[in-house]
Write a protein that binds this ligand. Sequence first.
Ligand code: FAD
Length: 221
Amino acid sequence: MEGTPVTVESVREVGPGTVALELETPDGFDAAPGQFVLLRAVPWDVADEEVDDDDVVMRHYTLSSPAVDETFELTVGIDPDGDLSPWLADLEGGEIVHIEGPFGTITYERDTDVVAAAGGPGVGPAVAIAEAAHESGHGAVVIYQDDEPAHRDRLETLEEAGANVVLLESDDDDGLADAIETHLEDGQLYAFGFESFVTTVADAIEDAGGDPDEALIENFG
Ligand SMILES: Cc1cc2nc3c(=O)[nH]c(=O)nc-3n(C[C@H](O)[C@H](O)[C@H](O)COP(=O)(O)OP(=O)(O)OC[C@H]3O[C@@H](n4cnc5c(N)ncnc54)[C@H](O)[C@@H]3O)c2cc1C
């Protein structure tokens, strides 16, 4: 299988329908918050059979740890009808997956205040960037739209450290637009999430008089 084999160190639930995978860091691998990897695996039992290319499923996942040490973290929203995410959520640790990367030009270099908007599993990189901002003495706002929020403990810790955390229901696009308008000038704007979420964020930036092209937007597809 293409990519570098890495051990899944642990998998833990971090919210309803959401898991965090801690992966062993391969030699020479480094990544900035905002970047993503291509993860390959064979998500069904072919133990005694020859694995061919048709069995391999590959998906992109964005780092959700503020830094890469011995391990790094990915946050995966479970799509019950999906090919890979339910399989990843069922792992126990000790399994091998293959990764390639890091990829992506959207990075946080610990050099400015941030406003991180997240929809669904986009909360992973949003929290990571907010944590990296705090660690480097910068301000952070997290705007997070999800009916069943994940990473609540990390969001609470961020709030206690002075970050501004805005939690919104999934259908509250007016609230999302208000929050974007309120915090437009508070730092470099990032957005992470699936197509409809990042489109709503881009529209909200434009409606508020900002330039969506200046926002760093990662579309999960
Ligand atoms: C740059 C980037 C970064 C990303 N980062 C993250 C991240 O950090 N966290 C995260 O959770 N996700 C992230 N994603 C999304 C992730 O790569 C997967 O798309 C997601 O986990 C779903 O994969 P899956 O195999 O479980 O579902 P899939 O098998 O891809 O299916 C997804 C949905 O589509 C439906 N579907 C599949 N095929 C068809 C079809 N032919 N017709 C109709 N419906 C169909 C399925 O029923 C299911 O509901 C990212 C994506 C990109 C591009």
